[in-house]
Design a protein around this ligand. Structure first.
Ligand SMILES: [Zn+2]
Length: 365
């Protein structure tokens, strides 16, 4: 499977200048540099491509028209804060139009057997129907939810799994699809009692006909590579049971050890490479990925490992496998037990897969 990295300089026009902010244009420079340093771009089956501009109105498939009008109106007057975390700037509209074009290009590429990775910004998985989602304190740097848009388009063609491994819960994505049984949302994130946005509990499994299609896997602070590899295996087993036609990856790299100051997980390149590989090898019709978070070393080491895995290449990153302590394992397994119980109540056989994953770990111990 070929991988197309969709990038355009317009993605850098959304800018917090003159303020310092972790979600800034330099993130994309970091990501591109790391892909080049790992010799991944324009080598073998990975190409760098510029997406066209698109019409912002396509985002009404996942956001309310009044929210989109509010964003556009606010961005017109230059740098403005939608909330304490989330800004818009004069260049935001150009960046969003390019994301809209990238999402259309991505869906077409999936149809041609190419795996697109939208290397754009601002990120999106915290953006719900009207912006801030599920009572979150802020929009968490996110304006429009591109992964959700791609997932909605692909859900017209078949069953979709959104796989979100950003360290934060994709509360926007959960809100958008909470009643939609055609989109499974599997979200691996730091225990919401310890981190923004404070949502994404194992008990939140979807509503009505969609009950049992939303799967929140939580990990305690200071979880390491071993817990993350276990979670990757669990995600693979869930994909095997769900048998989706398409997978959309909300690819955030902020669980990478020491990526930033607002999360405290010690994932390493092993995990990101493995997820890329799992998604590539799942017997499905197509894959698309969208950049979410990642603010430092996660972009340098997690991102190229993921892209390499997706392209069927060896992990180009050499970093240390970090072990979790026994307390982290106990908390992680108790989260999985809660998940298995909640899914059993939803009458989905995914609960058996979760129970098996817990059993596997106990056999290893
Ligand atoms: Zn994040």
């Amino acid at each position: 499977m070929e991988v197309a990295v969709l990038y355009h300089d317009d993605f850098k026009k959304h800018s917090p200048y003159p303020y310092d902010h972790p979600e800034n244009p330099a993130r994309l420079d970091m990501a591109l540099e790391s892909l080049n340093a790992s010799r991944l771009i324009n080598s073998g089956n990975i190409a760098l491509e510029e997406p066209p501009k698109g019409d912002l109105s396509i985002y009404t498939k996942v956001h309310s028209p009044s929210y989109l009008r509010y964003v556009l109106r606010t961005a017109e007057s230059g740098l403005e804060w939608l909330d304490g975390d989330t800004y818009v700037s004069i260049g935001t509209v150009s960046a969003l139009e390019r994301l809209a074009g990238a999402s259309i290009a991505a869906v077409k590429m999936v149809g041609r057997g190419i795996a697109p990775f939208i290397l754009g910004r601002p990120p999106g998985h915290h953006a719900g129907i009207k912006g801030r989602a599920l009572g979150a304190p802020t929009g968490g740097f996110c304006i429009v939810n591109t992964a959700a848009l791609v997932a909605r388009d692909l859900s017209r063609l078949g069953r979709v799994v959104v796989l979100d491994f950003d360290v934060h819960h994709g509360n926007g994505t959960q809100e958008i699809f909470y009643d939609d049984p055609s989109v499974f949302h599997v979200d691996l994130h730091q225990d919401p009692t310890t981190i923004y946005p404070g949502t994404g509990f194992p008990e939140d499994t979807g509503r009505g006909r969609a009950d049992g299609t939303k799967i929140n896997i939580i990990v305690p602070p200071h979880s390491g590579s071993d817990i993350y590899m276990h979670a990757a295996n669990l995600m693979r087993s869930i994909i095997d049971v769900v048998r989706p036609d398409y997978i959309v990856v909300s690819a955030g790299f902020d669980a990478y050890t020491h990526d930033n100051h607002f999360s405290s997980i010690n994932a390493t390149s092993h995990f990101y490479h493995e997820v890329g590989r799992i998604v590539r090898e799942a017997s499905i019709s197509g894959v698309a990925a969208v950049l979410e978070g990642g603010y430092g070393v996660g972009l340098e080491k997690g991102l190229p490992a993921f892209v390499a895995g997706l392209a069927g290449l060896d992990n180009p990153i050499q970093d240390k496998f970090l072990e979790s302590g026994i307390t982290q394992w106990e908390k992680y397994l108790s989260g999985l037990k809660r998940l298995a119980r909640a899914l059993k109540e939803s009458r989905t056989s995914i609960s058996d897969v979760v129970l098996m994953a817990i059993e596997d770990k106990n056999l290893l111990a």
